[in-house]
Design a protein around this ligand. Structure first.
Ligand SMILES: *Cc1c(COP(=O)(O)O)cnc(C)c1O
Length: 388
């Protein structure tokens, strides 16, 4: 029998998930109905935050979050180079400049000490976007202290981290940030097909992102500049978008939210097993900070190429894994190495840790349905691909 290909990540959809979506299909509202509010309320409750606002994806969530925090042309947004391009693109959407702070050599998250040095030198951005890489929270207490001292806004890009905890509390509580964003893309820890969530304790930000997700329109008299003309009336008070989530997606999201702990606990078990199975191989395994629990969106290793036969290149190792049916991936090339960012004047060399990381990183398959047998096949394939 030919071995099945093993992807690096994939969703799990249960019969209950399917039923939840079908129920909406049979109902009167496919969008702008009651499932959205039910989902938003459940997320807010779980994370211990005042507001949760559902949108069509996390990229849209980051965009209108930046707008709600008044990010403007000429100002700066700073993020981690070790992320998906959306963490930085949101700044460009607003006409702002984007800057990058190098990563910590252990967590592979933004190095908050490096950010602190940048701030101390007088370079204060309008918005900082920490990314909870692979599902592990950034040191938010340290970042929060800097936020209070220097006055910048913070959007946590927690696209990898729904289901994670920081100091025993679910990521998303926003004590040290203005906003937290989750992604519900199928490859993430839980899914709504496509989807994003904006969490905040600020009433002004919640009102603003709700307006921005729906054309900049409000039906709330209190938010209108003048009197209503009648029951049909709505007022567009700024330029917004159609970034809404549908009720089909919200129903799937809510159903998956009930399974989130089950998802993260299986992922944690697989991570524990990877740690053991990889112990004797020349790879650096991911490091977890004490007291916090990662959502384990990704399992990334760093291959110690200097310990391998020098004729074996990184590309050969990847190629060999793919030939063995293991769909490894690489999260991430530094964002500023992207051709678009180079065209904007970003130079190689600005974040040495992120660049060294990129030379070694490999994402191994990790998802709820990965079996123990498949996991052993991944590790055996890796041993073979490393030439050992
Ligand atoms: C997936 C991802 C996004 C974008 O999420 P979408 O919901 O696909 O728009 C943003 N930031 C990070 C770090 C991501 O991994």
């Amino acid at each position: 029998m030919v071995n099945q290909r093993i992807p690096y990540g994939r969703q799990n959809i249960s019969e209950e998930d399917i039923k939840a979506v079908v129920d909406v299909l049979r109902s009167s509202h496919l969008t702008q109905g009651p499932s959205i509010e039910a989902f938003e309320k459940a997320v807010a409750q779980r994370c211990g935050v005042k507001h949760a606002i559902a949108v069509c994806n996390a990229t849209a969530a980051l965009h209108i979050s930046c707008l709600a925090l008044d990010l403007r042309p000429g100002q700066e947004l700073v993020t981690s180079p070790n992320s998906f391009v959306a963490s930085a693109n949101c700044g460009l959407y607003c006409g702002a400049r984007v800057g990058f702070v190098d990563i910590d050599s252990r967590t592979w998250n933004m190095d908050i000490n490096a950010l602190e040095r940048r701030l101390a030198s007088g370079s204060i951005p309008q918005v900082v976007v920490p990314v909870h890489f692979a599902g592990q929270s950034v040191d938010m207490d340290h970042l929060g202290a800097l936020k209070r001292r220097y006055g910048f806004a913070v959007i946590e890009d927690a696209s990898h981290a729904i289901g994670a905890t920081y100091q025993g509390r679910p990521v998303g509580f926003c004590d040290n940030s203005d906003i937290t964003v989750f992604s519900l893309h199928p490859v993430k820890v839980m899914t709504s097909g496509e989807g994003g969530l904006i969490l905040t304790n600020r009433d002004d930000v919640a009102a603003r992102v709700k307006r921005l997700r729906s054309h900049g329109i409000t039906r709330d008299q209190a938010l209108m500049p003048g009197p209503s003309h009648g029951p049909w009336y709505y007022a567009q008070t700024e330029l917004g978008f159609n970034y809404r989530m549908t009720d089909l997606q919200a129903a799937l999201g809510l159903s998956q939210l009930h399974r989130l702990d089950e998802f993260t606990s299986r992922r944690r078990q697989l991570v524990h097993q990877y740690h053991q199975l990889l112990e004797s191989l020349p790879v650096v395994r991911p490091w977890e900070q004490n007291g916090n629990q990662s959502a384990h969106h990704l399992y990334v290793i760093r291959i110690q190429h200097h310990l391998l036969d020098p004729s074996r290149t990184k590309n050969q190792v990847f190629q060999s894994m793919l030939e063995l049916g293991i769909e490894v991936n690489l999260h991430y090339m530094p964002i500023y190495w992207q051709p678009y960012y180079e065209q904007q004047g970003h130079k190689k060399g600005q974040c040495p840790q992120a660049e060294a990381y990129y030379q070694e990183a490999m994402t191994l398959p990790l998802y709820y349905d990965l079996t123990d047998d498949q996991q052993r096949r991944v590790v055996e394939s890796l041993r073979q691909s490393l030439g050992l």
